[in-house]
Design a binder for this molecule. Structure first.
Ligand code: CP
Length: 340
């Protein structure tokens, strides 16, 4: 087997790393979670650039970097740092005084890793699916890039989710019945988390059911990737339109709301369509159809919209364990990318 070497590489999609490389990160993450000893990245600097709000990603990255004895520099774009332009060749006479081309090259001279959060605008699917901000950083930075959630994926969440699945199933995730269920929300949300979770469950070799109404399918290229990965790991991926059927016998329910690619950029039409759907909120009654499934969600969650208080406050809810695993998984990722 080739040696695992993640130094100098970007982590923009879960598939940037092989199954063996993901395994090596998670093995270290479990070691870090178990053992109270010090792993040192002394002298290294991680730049965390946020185009959007965050609670977990920002705190888990900043605390993780501190626990590794390295330095974190956090910049909120448009507040601490200039608004950044990403379009090529434009006359920059708008409200962005700096281009990513320049910012990425400058930050690469200061930091050992640049980590970027940049949500989609949810107006133009083609533009969002090209992940323009993150792609510009990848193109122009000479330092490695970590995706802290972009338009297309949230691979750090995916790592923590796979770690949590392994804990839930005592490290034997193959053929476990895992359901990714679409859920309602007050606004259309990005596809990044469900994309990364589908890939994470596929990496675990789970039997993944994606329960969602018509017009809410994930991106076909992500589905194709998840199917190929699952097949390799002994699992499979299928889509189910009936939430009740999907929940029957499930061992994990991962709830998440995401927007419709069919109505992309047209929230009014999406909500008119959603109004005709039965309720997709995850309730105690629906959870009772499962095989005492664990409940997962990336957080933040709108209580009694996505899932009821009863589901979230139940002992089978593992959302805080999932959130904690962000810290361990990202520390292991940083250590592998910077030290090996
Ligand atoms: N799950 C997650 O990424 O949380 P934040 O948006 O709070 O960072």
């Amino acid at each position: 087997m080739p040696a695992i070497d993640l130094k100098g590489r970007d982590f923009v999609r879960l598939s940037d790393f092989s199954a063996e490389e993901i395994d090596s990160i998670l093995n270290l993450a479990f070691e870090m979670k178990r053992e109270q000893r010090q792993w040192s990245l002394k002298g290294k600097t991680v730049i965390l650039l946020f185009f959007n709000s965050s609670l977990r990603t920002r705190t888990s990255m900043e605390i993780g970097v501190a626990q590794l004895d390295a330095n974190a520099v956090v910049l909120n774009v448009g507040q601490d740092a200039w608004n950044l332009e990403w379009r090529e060749g434009v006359v920059m006479d708008g409200d962005s005084p700096e281009h990513i081309k320049d910012a990425a090259k400058v930050l690469s001279r200061y930091g050992d890793i640049i980590a970027v959060r940049s949500f989609p605008k949810l107006k133009d699917y083609k533009e969002d699916s090209e992940d323009p901000i993150l792609s510009s950083f990848v193109r122009y930075a000479t330092a490695p890039i970590i995706n802290l959630e972009s338009a297309v994926e949230h691979p750090c969440q995916g790592l923590a989710d796979l770690m949590t699945l392994r804990e839930v199933f005592n490290h034997t995730t193959r053929r476990k019945k895992v359901v990714l269920s679409w859920a309602p929300h007050v606004k259309p949300l990005p596809l990044a988390v469900p994309h990364s979770f589908a890939l994470a469950a596929a990496l675990g070799g789970c039997d993944l059911t994606i329960a969602c109404p018509e017009h809410f399918d994930l991106a076909p290229e992500v589905m194709a990737q998840a199917e190929a990965i699952a097949k390799k790991g002994g699992g499979n991926v299928r889509v189910e339109r009936d939430q009740d059927k999907a929940f029957a016998g499930a061992e994990v329910i991962y709830a998440k709301s995401w927007c419709s690619r069919h109505f992309y950029g047209n929230p009014k039409a999406e909500f008119e369509y959603r109004a005709k759907l039965p309720s997709w909120t995850v309730t105690e009654q629906k959870m009772a159809r499962t095989s005492r499934a664990k409940f997962m969600h990336c957080l933040p969650i709108r209580r009694n919209v996505v899932a009821t208080d009863g589901v979230l406050d139940d002992e089978d809810c593992v959302v805080y364990q999932q959130a904690e695993n962000r810290l361990h998984a990202q520390k292991a990722l940083l250590f592998k990318m910077l030290d090996g």
